[in-house]
Design a protein around this ligand. Structure first.
Ligand code: V47
Length: 351
C-alpha cells in the first residue's frame, strides 16, 4: 500500500485494480491524498453557480428501477408542462439571479421532437444570456431512436436551438451487467460515451455522473471512472465528475445495504485520485446531504453545484432538495467549513 501512496504522491496514473484497492486505505490517508490534488488545482476555492432545474415532463417510455421521478405505478401523477409554464419558471429563475437553466425531462413519446427543441428555442430567444444545460445522453438516444435521427443530427438540432452544454445524467453505472439489471433498454454505456464524444467534437462541454450505492461493486465504480478518464484523454470536453448517491424511496430497486458516509467519502476521494484529467469533482449536495457535501470538500470535491431553486428527480426518491437552498446560507456554510465560496458560470469561469 505504501507503494501505491507514493505513486499517487508522484502523480502517476492509477490502474483499475489499484483504484479498487484504494478502498482498503484508511479514510484519513485517502482524504489527505485527494485534498492535496484538490488544493493544487483550486486551493481553498469551492465553486457553485446560481441555477434552476426544470423538469418539463415526467412521462417516460422507459422504466429504470432506481427512478422515482417518471410517472408509473408508484408515481401515478403524470405531467407535461406547457411552454407558458416553462417560460414562467424561467422568468422567475432569472429574477432570482439564475445564470443557468438545467433542463432534464423523461423519455416522453407523446409530445414529439419539436416539443423538446422548442423549449430551448423559446427560452434562448427570451433570455439570450442564460446558459442552457440540457438533454442527457439518455434523452438524446431516446429522441434519436424514437424519431429516426442519428445522435449527431439530434446534437446539431440542440446546438441550433440554443443548448449550450450537456448535463452528465443517464450514465448510471457503465458495467453492462449492472446496467442491464437497473435500467435495461436505456442508452448503452458505449452510446452514452459516444454521444458525449460527438458533443465534445463540436467544441462543446459536458459533465459526467455516476449513480452509486445500489447493487454495483467497488470495481464497477472504478471501472466507470476509468471509462470516463479514457474518453477525457481523447476529447477533453468534460468539466466535472458528479458521483450521485442512490436515493432509496418510491422506486423498484431492492437494495439491502445502503452506503455508509465513509464509503461515500472514500468514493469521492478515489474519484479525485483516479480522474487525474478532470478539473472538477462535484459533491452534489442533493444526493449526499449538505452536511456530507461540506465534509466532501476535504475529500477532493471542489464544487457543490448550486442553489438549484427547485428539483424533482432526486427529491422524488427521497432527497431533501425539492426547494433548493438559500444563497446566503449556502455561501455561509461553505465559508464556515473553511473554504472560499466562488461563484462560477456553467463552464467554470469565475464570476
Ligand atoms: O440521470 C435518478 C439520477 C440523474 C435517482 O450535469 C438518481 O451538472 C439518486 O444527472 N437516486 C439526474 N440519483 C441528475 C443529474 C445531475 C444532477 C446535478 C448536476 C448535473 C450536472 C447532473 O439523477 C439521473 C440519474 O442518474 N437519479 N434516480 C435516485 N433514486
Amino acid at each position: 500500500m505504501q507503494d501505491l501512496v507514493k505513486k499517487i504522491e508522484n502523480k502517476e496514473r492509477i490502474t483499475l485494480q489499484e483504484g479498487v484497492s484504494l478502498y482498503d486505505l484508511d479514510l484519513f490517508t485517502l482524504g489527505r491524498l485527494a485534498s492535496s490534488i484538490r488544493e493544487e488545482k483550486h486551493q481553498k476555492k469551492t465553486f457553485y453557480n446560481i441555477n434552476r432545474h426544470i423538469n418539463p415532463t415526467n412521462i417516460c417510455k422507459d422504466i429504470c428501477k432506481f427512478c422515482a421521478f417518471s410517472a408509473n405505478r408508484k408515481n401515478p401523477n403524470q405531467y407535461t408542462m406547457s411552454f407558458d409554464q416553462i417560460k414562467e419558471i424561467a422568468k422567475d429563475a432569472v429574477k432570482n439571479g439564475a445564470k443557468e437553466l438545467h433542463i432534464v425531462s423523461a423519455h416522453n413519446n407523446e409530445v414529439g421532437l419539436d416539443w423538446y427543441m422548442d423549449i430551448f428555442k423559446i427560452l434562448k430567444t427570451t433570455y439570450p444570456d442564460i446558459h442552457i444545460k440540457a438533454l442527457t445522453a439518455a434523452e438524446i438516444n431516446f429522441l434519436s431512436q424514437e424519431h429516426g435521427y442519428t445522435h449527431q443530427e439530434i446534437i446539431d438540432m440542440m446546438i441550433s436551438n440554443g443548448v449550450d452544454s450537456m448535463p452528465g445524467g443517464g450514465a448510471e453505472i457503465f458495467d453492462e451487467k449492472v446496467r442491464d439489471y437497473i435500467c435495461k433498454g436505456k442508452v448503452s454505456s458505449d452510446d452514452w460515451l459516444n454521444i458525449h464524444r460527438l458533443w465534445h467534437k463540436k467544441g462543446k462541454e459536458s459533465n459526467a455522473t455516476m449513480l452509486f450505492g445500489h447493487v454495483e461493486t467497488r470495481q464497477d465504480r472504478v471501472d466507470h471512472m476509468i471509462r470516463l478518464r479514457d474518453l477525457q484523454d481523447e476529447s477533453g470536453g468534460f468539466n466535472s465528475f458528479i458521483p450521485l448517491v442512490y436515493q432509496r424511496e418510491n422506486n423498484y430497486l431492492k437494495v439491502e445495504n445502503f452506503l455508509t458516509s465513509v464509503e461515500i467519502l472514500k468514493t469521492m476521494a478515489i474519484s479525485r485520485i483516479v480522474l487525474d484529467n478532470f478539473e472538477h469533482i462535484k459533491s452534489y449536495w442533493v444526493t449526499s446531504t449538505i452536511n456530507l457535501a461540506l465534509v466532501a470538500q476535504e475529500f477532493g470535491a471542489d464544487d457543490l453545484d448550486g442553489t438549484i431553486q427547485k428539483e424533482s428527480i432526486n427529491s422524488a426518491a427521497g432527497a431533501a432538495s425539492a426547494n433548493g437552498m438559500d444563497l446566503t446560507e449556502f455561501k455561509e456554510l461553505i465559508e464556515n467549513s473553511g473554504f472560499i465560496p466562488t461563484q462560477r458560470d456553467s463552464l467554470y469561469n469565475e464570476i
